[in-house]
Design a protein around this ligand. Sequence first.
Ligand SMILES: Cc1cc2nc3c(=O)[nH]c(=O)nc-3n(C[C@H](O)[C@H](O)[C@H](O)COP(=O)(O)OP(=O)(O)OC[C@H]3O[C@@H](n4cnc5c(N)ncnc54)[C@H](O)[C@@H]3O)c2cc1C
Length: 405
Amino acid sequence: MRVILVGCGIAGAALSLTLQRAGIDHLVLEQASELAETGAGLQQSPNSIRVLQYLGLMDELKRIGVAPQAHLFKDYKSGTVLLKTPLMPKVEEYFGAPYYHVHRADLLGIMVNAMDPANIRLNSKVSSVVETRNGVEVTLSDGTLEKGDVLIGADGLHSMVRQQFFAADAPRHSGCVAWRGLVPVALAQKLGFEQNSYLWMGPHRSAVLYYVRGGDLFNWVGISPYNDNAKESWSQTGSREAALKEYKGWNSQVTDLINDTESLFMTALIDRDPLDAWVTNRVALMGDAAHAMMPYHAQGAGQSIEDAWVLGRCLEMAAGDIPAALKKYETLRLPRANRVQQQSRGGEHLFHMSDPEEIARRNARFAKHQQDDRDGFPAGQRWLFSYDAEKAVMGTDDEWRALNW
Ligand SMILES: Cc1cc2nc3c(=O)[nH]c(=O)nc-3n(C[C@H](O)[C@H](O)[C@H](O)COP(=O)(O)OP(=O)(O)OC[C@H]3O[C@@H](n4cnc5c(N)ncnc54)[C@H](O)[C@@H]3O)c2cc1C
């Protein structure tokens, strides 16, 4: 079997490693001339870290990651902690895999380092794909033709594979932008930030803050209503004055952080509507190409990594029947990823609500959870974090299936 992958982001790299582990012949075609992830932090929860464990990346992950102690949900003005849920080490004891914050360039870097260089070709933009009865033919923008038995679209939010085979739909603009910056550890410590994952919630906007790069850098992302100059781009710079204007009236711990950030970036937040099919007989989607989502539950890359393990293992166990393997992958993965996509849209309202009575009801719910819950993990986290991609493939995930979000 020869698998052709379009795209070497986190999804494509994770699938390449899964196929490599199984000894499956494959080629990753990446349009970029070098593999340098832009952007900043990623939170990775036990459901995706478990796959990185299966892929043998834990030593490297410990080196680049930061293990936060807790999630702190805070009021935007007073800084009061409205809800505190445990992370490390309790999350590892409870779910069997750790929680890490990483810089996305570091995560992609350790994945690419583990890939056999023979399996990846840079400067290779795929311009069209033809599915035949027994395989796929891929044409690159320089006219090169590649043939394989199956094609995987891991080509991100603006996926041409999705467009060509599954839906000619347009990406959905959320009406929000993400501001972001990275500051040195000394500055974050001076401002009083500890090794936690912080989510500050205020009317129409929020901010998420945490350490990355083994604790050397502090990452922040602020999400606020749309500014009509914003494009969807990880490298678009933003003005400090404009960001400070958005966060006017917020606690000085947040505004001082913004004020002291040297380079500030902004990107429009865009997602996709869920699809009801991700596979044909010989073509499949994964990662953002299949389920680009809002970042409120920090799961986009995590779901891509889960996809990679399940898809790679289905192909490994295909016994020559590729259409059946792809169908199994879709059956196992689509309902979960679509649910996360839907809940991620809902996160915007939960974290950005502005009606005082509704805020009071939400905060009372948080307080009740804090008081009542034995182990401290909200139902949504249990449903997200308990998932074991290998158990899903083997059909031994009844415990997870009994959970709800
Ligand atoms: C503000 C923000 C915060 C986030 N925080 C988190 C978080 O904390 N945790 C988390 O898990 N997720 C998070 N995410 C989501 C995460 O960034 C994405 O879900 C993830 O990076 C998707 O990876 P991907 O490989 O599917 O797509 P991409 O990273 O977009 O990779 C696609 C690749 O395909 C290549 N490509 C595209 N078209 C072609 C073509 N025609 N030919 C060849 N190559 C092609 C591209 O060059 C690219 O390298 C966040 C997202 C945002 C916007």
